[in-house]
Structures are given as C-alpha cells and as structure tokens.
Design a binder for this molecule. Structure first.
Ligand SMILES: [Zn+2]
Ligand SMILES: [Zn+2]
Length: 138
C-alpha cells in the first residue's frame, strides 16, 4: 500500500505492542484498519456511552484509499476541530503526523471529565508514553 498523501510505500509498524499499523516513513502519517481507531479509544476509556457519534461532518477529499483506490472522505472527529480521513468502503482511517496524539488528547480531556479510576489513568500515561516513542522513533 502507498501513502495517500505522498505516495511513499507504507511500512508495517507495531503500535504500542497492541496493533499493527501501516506507517509512512516520509510524512509520518499512519493508516489504521477500520476498527483500530475504536481500539485506540478502548485503551483510554471503556465506557461505550462516550464513544459513538463519531462523524459530525463529512467531505470528499482528493486522496485515495491505499486499499481500494477510492477517494477518501474526511470527517470531523467528535465536536473537536480535527478532520480525519477515512475510506467510505470501511477499509480504514488515515491519521496525519501528530493527529493520533490529538485523538488521544481529546480522549484525555474526556477522561478527565469523567474521572476514570486510577488504573485507567496509569494505562493512559503508558499509552501516551508509547505513542511518543513511536512518533519519535525515526
Ligand atoms: Zn506519506
Ligand atoms: Zn478503501
């Protein structure tokens, strides 16, 4: 598969030892299979009432799905000012460099609001730490 943004061949990376992602070594974006964004959220909070209502606004982009070549669409992540590209054929999501951190920051904000138990907070810090080493690895 090739990067939808810069056409570089994507390489497999293991993200925080929990899921395999296709990573662009040039622009540092990453492709997640369709259920993997969900899994990312599951790490930060497991309460389903804070998930869902993911898509608030949707536009077609000029970028192509690395799996099927269809145009990716972008959606607004929850009510925040963050647009994420995804394939309407449910192949996956594209996160530009740093967007995964913003997704996690949003989750962290919600986490603070709902005051999850301490063990969840520890898990969150470990995940954030892992993300940093992942992003800064190359
Ligand atoms: Zn790229
Ligand atoms: Zn696709």
């Amino acid at each position: 598969m090739n990067c939808p943004k810069c056409s570089t061949a994507l390489t497999k990376k293991y993200y925080k030892g929990m899921m395999e992602v296709d990573y662009c070594p040039v622009c540092r974006g990453m492709w997640l299979d369709f259920d993997e964004l969900d899994r990312l959220e599951d790490i930060a909070f497991d309460d389903d009432s804070f998930k869902g209502s993911l898509v608030h606004r949707e536009n077609k982009t000029q970028y192509k799905c690395p799996a099927c070549g269809e145009n990716l669409h972008e959606f607004q992540y929850r009510l925040y000012d963050l647009m994420i590209d995804y394939c309407p054929g449910r192949h996956g999501f594209w996160l530009d460099a740093g967007e995964d951190e913003r997704v996690l920051a949003i989750m962290h904000t919600q986490y603070d609001r709902i005051k999850r138990k301490k063990s969840a907070e520890t898990g969150w810090k470990q995940l954030l730490h892992g993300l940093h080493s992942f992003i800064n690895k190359e």
